[in-house]
Design a protein around this ligand. Structure first.
Ligand SMILES: Nc1ncnc2c1ncn2[C@@H]1O[C@H](COP(=O)(O)OP(=O)(O)OP(=O)(O)O)[C@@H](O)[C@H]1O
Ligand SMILES: [Mg+2]
Length: 333
């Protein structure tokens, strides 16, 4: 196996530097790890399907499993393929055939084929894969990895043992980034830690990448530094915006000025503000003060603005549209 020296490790992005290399280092999925360890111990690895949101440990878990199964023989016994490869299923099938049929001079036993991004395969390709899985089951196990389980045909699902990777909980994210902070000698405030968790929304890769970006630009990880790094406003700033927008006494002009000042001074985008604004109001008591028709009107119009913003290069007009929602809102009963 190729060896990596210390300088190379130090220059790796932290998501790679701190990628868990053992099953025991995978956080938040104790049941999955327990089941995998048991299967490894029994030597009964089934075909598997790992599914769940990004940055929750699917690739890390299968790599750690492969390491445990094959140790130094990993290069001969494991084939990693990207199923979304646009070369098509025929080429993938050829690679699989060659790998599965090749005699191994070094080790006997079941080989492992990892097919990442399996959900981006066409249905035709998945049907072809179903046959391939069957054909090589005598000496090969497949691990399919995807984000969206419903994009995998039932015929493949039923051939695999399924493992769902749920979004990583706040406590596990804190534990992991706390460990990295200790190793890298980083200072982090409590609010900085909470911000990383809030921004990551269960995606540990996102939390680690953000931690590294903040550390490159600042001496300390604080709430302000985290939000500044992602180019978004802090929860306090959003709180103020919510107050202004729902203030019946403020007219269009005042609300509009507040929002445009916030956007120009902070260099924020309306799309990011809209998303944080939405997250704030759904948790906020403000909805209790609105009638059903006001709530429907508000969410319907805001979702239209959000949709159109994705295609528009002229953000300014949507600032006006956004503010108009909170002026018209109180004309509704
Ligand atoms: N459960 C976990 N335990 C420990 N580290 C994790 C976990 N989940 C994610 N990570 C960290 O985040 C990085 C990305 O994880 P990984 O590549 O395994 O995610 P993934 O689920 O395969 O995501 P994607 O669906 O985007 O491919 C890893 O290098 C690791 O540092
Ligand atoms: Mg992955």
């Amino acid at each position: 196996m190729t060896t990596i020296d210390k300088n190379e490790i130090d220059s790796l992005p932290w998501v790679e530097k701190y990628r868990p290399n053992k099953l025991s280092k995978i956080v938040h999925h104790p049941n999955i790890i327990f089941a995998l360890k048991k299967l490894i111990k029994k030597g009964q690895i089934p075909h598997m399907l790992f599914y769940g949101a990004s940055g929750t440990g699917k690739t890390s878990t299968i790599l750690a499993t492969a390491k445990k199964l094959y140790d130094d023989d990993i290069n001969f016994m494991v084939l990693e393929l990207n199923a979304s490869d646009d070369r098509g299923i025929n080429i993938v099938r050829e690679e699989i055939k060659e790998f599965a049929e090749s005699r191994n001079m070094f080790k006997n036993g079941i080989k492992l084929i990892i097919l990442d991004e399996a959900d981006s395969m066409t249905y035709d390709a998945q049907f072809a894969l179903r046959r391939v899985i069957e054909k090589y089951s005598y000496n090969t196990r497949f691990c399919l990895i995807c984000n969206y389980m419903n994009k995998i045909i039932p015929a493949i699902r039923s051939r695999c043992m399924q493992f769902r990777f749920s979004p990583i909980g706040g406590e596990s994210i804190k534990e992991y980034i706390g460990y990295i902070c200790e190793k890298e000698e980083i200072q982090m405030t409590k609010k900085g830690e909470d911000s990383l968790v809030a921004i990551a929304k269960g995606d540990l890769r996102k939390a680690i990448n953000l931690l590294q970006s903040v550390t490159m630009a600042f001496d300390k990880v604080t709430e302000e530094n985290c939000y500044f790094t992602i180019g978004n406003c802090t929860p306090q700033e959003i709180e103020k915006l919510v107050k202004v927008m729902f203030d019946k006494k403020k007219n269009f002009k005042k609300k509009y000025k507040f929002l445009t000042d916030m956007i120009t001074e902070g260099g924020f985008s309306l799309a990011d503000i809209l998303s944080s604004f939405h997250n704030n109001i759904v948790k906020n008591d403000i909805l209790k003060q609105l009638s059903n028709s006001q709530i429907v009107f508000m969410f319907d119009t805001l979702s239209n603005i959000e949709d159109k913003l994705n295609y528009s290069t002229f953000e300014e007009i949507y600032i006006g549209a956004f503010v108009s929602v909170f002026v018209l809102l109180y004309d509704k009963n």
